[in-house]
Design a protein around this ligand. Structure first.
Ligand code: CA
Length: 229
């Protein structure tokens, strides 16, 4: 499994350094930006697992970034932790209304921030693995327990990898996944050797979906998503 990627958008160099240092030491991959606009581009380009966002930033402020990420289907469920100084507390409330997952008031201890990061990541991954027996998307039904998928009641023959791929995508309609994210979810801790070329598997799933091939959409420059009907 690759390390979770965290993007830190913070203009105060020493705070940025402390956060990055502690996250890296705890096993995260970290990318940083000091300006809001740079941060937003970085997030959109890298599709991280989590974003740590300061509110007061040059370029674009943290709330606007939060708002833009939530408005975009590609990033609408991306976990965001907001950093804020005490006097910005009113903004914090708005920040949560804007869809941040958590906030950490400044000054904070690195240990406190790491605990929040862990909690938010755990929450977002448990939402993903939420026990569902069945996923129904229009005429497509995925039976998780039986490891079977069917379209209008007719079974679709999928390989284990294809089944997992379709399940991951169909669990989050409208959310874009990068090829790497899909690969991580499909391969997981399994020791089986699979073709690491996600495009090959997607092509095969699409073919098997017949006239419903459009359910899996290509997101240019990112990867794939399940159509949000
Ligand atoms: Ca700031």
């Amino acid at each position: 499994m690759s390390k979770p990627l965290v993007v830190v958008v913070e203009d105060e160099a020493d705070i940025q350094d402390v956060i990055a240092y502690n996250l890296k030491r705890d096993g995260y991959e970290v990318l940083t930006a000091s300006r809001g606009d740079e941060g937003l581009s970085l997030i959109q380009a890298k599709m991280p697992d989590l974003v740590i966002l300061d509110l007061m930033l040059p370029g674009i402020d943290g709330l606007s970034i939060c708002q833009q990420l939530r408005a975009d289907p590609k990033t609408k469920s991306l976990p965001i932790i907001i950093l804020s100084a005490k006097e910005e507390e009113a903004d914090v409330v708005i920040g949560l209304g804007f869809g941040a997952d958590d906030y950490v008031p400044k000054p904070f201890s690195p240990r406190e921030l790491l605990a929040r990061v862990k909690a938010v990541l755990r929450r977002s991954s448990s939402q993903e693995t939420v026990k569902q027996d069945q996923i129904r998307r229009g005429e497509l039904i995925i039976d998780i327990d039986r490891h079977q998928a069917s379209l209008r009641g007719i079974g679709i023959k999928l390989t284990a990898t294809e089944f997992k791929l379709l399940t991951v995508l169909a669990s989050h309609p409208g959310r874009a996944f990068s090829r790497e994210q899909l690969l991580n979810r499909v391969v997981g801790d399994a020791v089986v050797v699979v073709d690491r070329n996600i495009d090959v598997h997607i092509r095969s799933v699409r073919k098997k979906l017949g006239d419903q091939t459009g359910l899996i959409e290509t997101v240019r420059g990112v990867g794939y998503r399940f159509a949000d009907q």
